[in-house]
Design a protein around this ligand. Sequence first.
Ligand SMILES: *Cc1c(COP(=O)(O)O)cnc(C)c1O
Length: 388
Amino acid sequence: MKGNFPIDKFQEVETPFYYYDTALLRQTLQTINEEAGKHEGFVVHYAIKANANPKVLRIISQAGLGADCVSGGEIRRCLDNGFSPKKIVYAGVGKADWEINLGLDKNIFCFNVESVAELEVINELAEKKGKVARVCFRINPDVGAHTNAKITTGLAENKFGIAMRDMLPTIEEAAKMKNIEFIGLHFHIGSQILDMGDFEALCNRINEIQDELEKKHIKVENINVGGGLGIDYQHPNRVPVPDFKDYFDTYARHLKLRPGQKLHFELGRSVVGQMGSLITRCLYVKQGTAKQFVIVDAGMTDLIRPALYQAYHKIENITSDEKPATYDVVGPICESSDVFAKAVDLNTTHRGDLIALRSAGAYGEIMASQYNCRKLPVGYITEDLVEE
Ligand SMILES: *Cc1c(COP(=O)(O)O)cnc(C)c1O
């Protein structure tokens, strides 16, 4: 073992692969349940788009979380891995008819609807089945988040949700539809948010909206505030479990829930981010003119976040104890953006060493592609490699 890694077992499997530390996942889930459980009416869903590995999903569904899906494929994956349809919420700007039909057939808890056009289609499809679809409206609260521009979603300029000025007419429209039941409002302002002030701003906006709706005697049973809590990519060892206490307390303190109202959360990255590492092998150490490159067998096809978002992942050589040296760590893909990090210090690295890219449990394996005709990386959980 080095850190929490079963290195001997790692030597027996083909690289690159994802390793999921299930002790950390269970600890994270326990913290979520404890902290959310302190507040009346809080309901936590897991945003399955962050990591849909079936073994990971089984552990999360067993912990009692609901699921937040953004496609029909995700709904199927959840149902196959222990999530009850009663706890599935389904969001997305572009739901195809077959996906809506699947949600109706399975009687999922609710559709998070993003436009009137979509609402009309859901009403029509529900009518054909003689069913009533429960819907929440995803409102674009025009609240910015201090995060990467590619992952902010709650600004007026983003494609997501219904604009605030269209909210009332949309709710009134829904009331006229026989096969639609309006059950709440949905929000999601972005991802990798570490400033609780951003969530506070969302709470304030929701309070304003609730006051306005109350004046019109519109009853809202459910408020869904989406996900977005970030993780500490710099310090995966020091902060393995995000500060869920601060997160849930922020909502408890600032959001004025009405009696009997449920507050739903959809957490993705913060549930699974820190438990995952991409394990790769050094193929070559190449001496460039000005720098040294560690060329590894994983590439942007296995973990696209650095290339797509300039995201930082802590990188460690987990099989060398030699003194540190400075390297660019790059993959084998035919793209200049296939770089994991520039000028990072690693223990002196040689061909064959194992390298860990940390905090890769979210938006890692699930975003892998086969570009360059590469194999998809396998995801192993602790129990796959280590006997109890
Ligand atoms: C992506 C997404 C989430 C999860 O976001 P995280 O930042 O991973 O917590 C939750 N809700 C919706 C609607 C999303 O699109």
